[in-house]
Design a protein around this ligand. Structure first.
Ligand code: CAA
Length: 404
């Protein structure tokens, strides 16, 4: 842990080099929120990020503090204990947390967007009151269980089965690569209640952890975001009451798609945050060199343009969400670009720093590894292109051929 004075110095420097509030047109309220999250993240997360990574340690105390700051229930209404903030605030927070520690960004977004999202958006008032207040304090986290060993991108092919009997569902099957699984106290599950109906037979459920018949696979040893756990979740005749059905039976695929649409904006912000940290470290490095080469300047300039453009696109997506506009296309665009920027900028930062950039504990090497997942989870880059092109074709048909 860095001494307080050094940590404060880092915060000040982050403020001077990345003070984007005016340039990004943030309101006073959003700027104050950004400063608060940045101060917490730079003082309490960034100094321990390399240790969390090397020890694969879940940042339990820091997640509790994030709960106290409203970051574990950002968009949940105040009457349920949440912060009641908008999507732009969530985006700002994700960038700041991920800039300090990419892995903690993953914990935060899996919990906020895709675990709580289905319950908050599609649950009944009774379900929200019963479940959500337990998950906004930072004491407990949740997970999202959609992918399966045989179908990562083809979400509609879910084969985990939920059979209804006597006011209960019995669940059998395996969910794969589940973020937060080992630390979770609950999860949103997508399972089929009618296999013949394919994606129209998928339903969404709230699953309390632990539950009889639910077990966890081994923790995967990952390239990046190593302070989060990733494992299979195995259901073997796991019985849950029918009141845990979220939304209507058969509505699960559309719930998952809408939740993923919105969830892609904070992943874009995670990419921006990781890239912004790599850029900051590269800039610090270059400014200490006795001679700054033209190549250094070119790389820095390219990185600055990429980070700023990705941030603008991500903010645009968040603002459209807050305005209630359709976000499927813009969210996929922000995620596609933000994740590419994360990998490309952290790659360039290493290139610029040479062998110094490869040293463990130096930050940039971790940025490079943490960035990679942003091109894979919540829909791969290839899936984002399918979504974007799908919207383009639909827009074209609506404009030029009366929807034909
Ligand atoms: N919103 C609402 N409805 C939607 C929708 C959306 N964004 N996208 C599709 N639908 C509806 C369609 O209108 C259609 O409805 P009807 O049947 O009534 O006509 C239905 O869903 C099926 O649509 P498609 O035929 O287009 O669906 P598809 O099977 O071709 O799949 C896909 C589309 C975009 C490829 C989708 O499968 C997808 O997004 N896959 C990626 C899954 C994903 O992101 N997984 C990430 C796992 S979670 C994770 O990574 C978490 C973590 O670790 C932190």
């Amino acid at each position: 842990m860095l001494p307080k004075a050094t940590a404060r110095c880092l915060v000040q420097r982050a403020f001077s080099s990345f003070s984007n509030a005016t340039e990004m047109g943030l309101s006073e309220q959003h700027t104050a929120f950004q400063s608060m999250v940045r101060e917490f993240a730079q003082e309490e997360l960034r100094p321990i990020a390399d240790e969390l990574d090397s020890k694969k340690k879940f940042p339990r105390e820091q997640v509790k503090k994030m709960g106290q700051l409203g970051l574990m229930g950002v968009e949940i209404n105040k009457d349920l204990g949440g912060a009641g903030l908008d999507g732009l605030s969530y985006t700002i927070a994700m960038e700041e947390i991920s800039r300090a520690c990419g892995g903690t960004g993953t914990i935060m977004t899996a919990h906020n967007s895709i675990f709580m999202g289905p319950i908050n958006k599609f649950g009944t008032d009774q379900q929200k009151k019963k479940i959500l207040p337990n998950f906004v304090t930072g004491e407990r986290v949740g997970c999202f269980m959609l992918s399966e060993p045989g179908n990562g991108s083809d979400a509609g092919a879910a084969s985990t089965l939920a059979v209804y009997k006597d006011d209960h569902y019995k669940i059998t099957g395996t969910k794969a690569w589940i973020t937060n699984s080992w630390e979770s106290s609950g999860g949103s599950l997508f399972a089929t209640t009618d296999r013949k109906a394919k994606h129209k037979g998928i339903s969404c459920f709230y699953i309390p952890f632990p539950s009889d018949g639910l077990s966890l696979g081994n923790k995967e040893s990952k390239m990046g975001i190593r302070c989060t756990s990733t494992a299979n979740v195995i259901f073997d005749d796991c019985q849950i009451p029918s009141e845990n059905l979220i939304g209507e039976s058969g509505q699960g695929f559309k719930i998952a798609m809408q939740i993923l649409d919105a969830g892609r904006i904070p992943i874009a912000a995670q990419g921006v945050g990781i890239a912004a940290d790599a850029l900051q470290r590269a800039l610090d490095y270059v400014m200490k060199k006795p001679v700054i080469s033209q190549n250094d300047e070119e790389l820095l300039a390219e990185m600055e343009v990429m980070v700023t453009t990705a941030r603008l696109l991500t903010y645009r997506a968040a603002r459209m969400k807050d305005e209630g506009k359709p976000i499927g296309k813009i969210a996929a665009m922000a995620k596609l670009y933000g994740s590419e920027v994360a990998t490309s900028v952290s790659h360039k930062a290493i290139q610029l720093m040479g062998e110094d950039g490869l040293i463990k504990g130096g930050g940039v090497e971790r940025n490079y590894r943490d960035a990679r997942i942003t091109e894979i989870y919540e829909g791969t880059s290839e899936i984002q292109k399918v979504v974007i092109a799908g919207h383009m074709k639909k827009e074209y048909r609506n404009k030029y051929t009366n929807g034909q």
